[in-house]
Design a protein around this ligand. Structure first.
Ligand code: GN1
Ligand code: MG
Length: 355
């Protein structure tokens, strides 16, 4: 099947090797070696992304804008087939696209030091900043309600009302804790009504493996644009906090290993402000720590909801997997909340430095 697919890019004769690549929960990715080049092949999960054409249109629209206004920016645009298509549908197999592998680039699945966090945050800030004059309302919505915390909360309360007694009982403690953070949803609703919060081109999946680094560990660009949509900066900064602050990630089941590391917090804020300081409003800059709480709470609710709904969305390698992931995120949320005042003070100092 892969060979048949690559034929459409006139690559079959020269493919030497291909292998599964990366560790995303949603799409499936392969790295393909040919005699003279290297590619990334990806199948879009169309149970999740029900309109793959929307992803394809977004990435091509952004590519055109960047090529025209910032030609020196390295951007991973999809390769076109001999029929001028960048998205291929194979009935029964799914939707596929191919990217050129950027030479001498590498990614991290584990964040090794704050300097990498700074580089990553700078790249996500740069991406939004370069696209400041691109009309974000032009982008197609690839996942409706993706970072809508009110919707995620409603999905959670629906799951509470429909889940089995057995699951509700097993998850009781996590549910009790999750319910104490509902104020994070209320704050989100004030943001929606606040004209000082701007909608910009937002990546919505800022984990470290979505940044390419060069051999000197400087950031090159961001990748995985499937969830690029109009959004608020709290999505991108918040998901960096969710995934960079703790040395133990969302899969960790020993909750004592979860921590909020201040040097990583500083790196995220400084990296982002190095690009976005003049774009963000003074009001928005008050919400850096909130951004972390917003994304961590949303992910906790999504994992907990999935556990209550019999693990229908995220994969689960054992029955309690999504419950453990939810408890992990609630633990991180508690630790971040404890440091909130101290961290907010650091943001004000950094914002003043970048004036
Ligand atoms: C999913 O597939 P992956 O790992 O890039 C999810 C994110 C979650 C993440 C949690 C489309 O991302 O929102 O934060 O899992 N993406 C989608 O690991 O639901
Ligand atoms: Mg992703």
């Amino acid at each position: 099947m892969i060979k048949n697919l690559l034929q459409q890019f006139n690559l079959t004769d020269t493919v030497t090797h291909y292998t599964i690549f990366g560790n995303g929960l949603i799409n499936r990715t392969w790295v393909v070696d040919t005699v003279d080049n290297k590619y990334i092949l990806q199948r879009i999960n169309d149970n999740v992304f029900t309109n793959p054409a929307a992803i394809d249109e977004n990435i091509n629209a952004i590519n055109q804008f960047l090529k025209c206004h910032f030609p020196e920016y390295i951007f991973t645009a999809p390769v076109f087939t001999s029929n001028h298509k960048s998205l291929i549908h194979i009935p029964g197999e799914g939707y596929f696209r191919l990217f050129e592998f950027i030479p001498d680039s590498h990614t991290y699945t584990v964040l090794e030091n704050p300097a990498l966090a700074f580089e990553a945050s700078q790249q996500f800030g740069k991406f939004t900043k370069l696209l400041a004059d691109f009309d974000s309302s032009q982008l197609k919505i690839t996942l409706s309600g993706f970072h809508n915390l009110s919707l995620r909360y409603t999905q959670y309360t629906t799951a509470l009302a429909t889940s089995s007694a057995a699951r509700l009982s097993i998850a009781q403690e996590a549910i009790t804790i999750a319910n104490t953070y509902v104020h994070i949803v209320e704050t989100y609703e004030t943001i929606l009504a606040n004209p000082l919060f701007k909608k910009r081109v937002t990546h919505h999946d800022t984990k470290i493996s979505n940044v390419l680094f060069n051999s000197h560990n400087r950031g090159i660009c961001v990748i995985d644009l499937d969830t690029v949509m109009p959004g608020y900066f709290i999505s991108d900064v918040g998901d960096m906090m969710r995934t960079y602050l703790s040395p133990a990630g969302e899969e960790e089941t020993d909750m004592t290993k979860i921590e909020v590391r201040e040097p990583y917090f500083d790196a995220i804020v400084q990296g982002y402000l190095s690009q976005m300081n003049t774009e963000l409003t003074t009001e928005e800059k008050k919400y850096f720590v909130y951004a972390g709480k917003f994304m961590i709470y949303m992910q906790a609710l999504r994992f907990l909801t999935d556990y209550l709904n019999n693990n229908i969305y995220y994969g689960a390698s054992y029955e309690l997997h999504n419950l453990h992931r939810a408890i992990n995120q609630l633990t991180l949320l508690q630790l971040l909340t404890q440091k909130e005042d101290a961290l907010n003070k650091r943001v004000s100092v950094f914002a003043a430095q970048y004036q």
